[in-house]
Design a protein around this ligand. Structure first.
Ligand code: HSE
Length: 299
């Protein structure tokens, strides 16, 4: 009557796929422990962790991403029992690493293991979107989907599609000691975009997806550009331009903001290149006045 599950951090958007693409990383993770209880409700018993933002996470289930996801699951399946949840946060909030999404996915995967007939990962997706919406005000799956499936995932409103990726691809993700709220980072995107810019960006997305499927580093690099969101969000992240330049100077295929920021990610064609770049990317954040952590992970 008790189950535990973890969810990894992720890089939402992958630069070119706003709200649509993401990949999981070997790095920090959130752990959820869920128990069946007699009371017909979802209850959050504890939220622990040394990372930033933990004290501010609501314990009230309806206002908590993981709590909301479990409430949606309970209601949809008409479960005769309640669920009690404990969260161990390893992913900082407001980091651009999918911290709120990970709690929600870990809680769902743990709760699913307690069901008499567990659901598929695909079937959990809708409930994860319900949870994500509590944190960010929008139902986007670019973080929850790669956490549910692993690897690079295309996440639409209704489904997840796992994408092929060549095994030499490596990501660096650098998380600076800054916090950026997803809601604030989304507010700067409210103004409309000219159609020509949308078309140019669509070309990048098409090149990127084709490059991934073919395992073609040149095509991936040509496509891994964010012409829409990055220009508007970069001013919210002190040091961003310098950190991106450091990655590109080390031969990155592309670099951009991880999720809603302030973390910055870059993709490389080898692990060695990624490891060398990680050092310079951290130095660039340090020169802008910020300590940081770097994660190097296969994509
Ligand atoms: N796709 C989201 C955004 C990040 O860029 O706002 C994931 O929550």
């Amino acid at each position: 009557t008790e189950a535990r599950a973890f969810a990894p951090a992720s890089v939402g958007n992958i630069g070119v796929g706003f709200d649509l693409l993401g990949h999981s990383i070997d790095g920090p993770r959130d752990v959820a422990t869920v128990r069946r209880i007699d009371a017909p409700e979802v209850r959050i018993a504890a939220i622990r962790g040394e990372v930033e933002g933990v004290a501010g996470i609501p314990l009230e289930a309806a206002r908590n991403t993981a709590g909301q996801a479990l409430m949606a699951l309970r209601a949809a399946l008409d479960l005769p029992f309640g669920l009690e949840l404990e969260l161990d946060k390893g992913i900082p909030l407001g980091s651009g690493l999918g911290g709120s999404a990970a709690s929600c996915v870990a809680a769902l995967v743990a709760a699913n293991a307690l069901l008499d007939t567990p659901l598929s990962r695909e079937a959990l997706y809708a409930f994860a979107l319900d949870g994500e919406a509590v944190a960010s005000g929008s139902r986007h799956g670019d973080n929850v989907a790669p956490m549910l499936l692993g690897g690079v995932v295309l996440a639409t409103a209704s489904r997840m599609v796992a994408l092929e990726a060549p095994d030499w691809l490596h990501a660096v993700v650098v998380h600076p000691d800054q916090m950026l709220e997803t809601r604030r980072a989304r507010a700067v995107l409210a103004e409309p975009y000219p159609l020509s810019q949308v078309v140019a960006h669509s070309a990048c997305l098409a090149l990127f997806l084709t490059g991934l499927q073919r395992g073609d580093a040149a095509l991936i690099g040509e496509g891994l550009k964010d012409l829409l969101v990055e220009p508007r969000r970069a001013p919210l992240i002190p040091g961003f331009a310098q950190v991106k330049r450091a990655a590109m100077d080390h031969g990155a295929l592309g670099a951009s903001i991880s999720g809603a920021g302030p973390s910055v990610f870059a993709w490389f064609a080898s692990k060695a290149a990624a490891e060398a770049a990680a050092v310079s990317m951290r130095t660039a954040f340090a020169e802008a006045g910020f300590g940081s952590r770097a994660y190097v992970s296969p994509v």
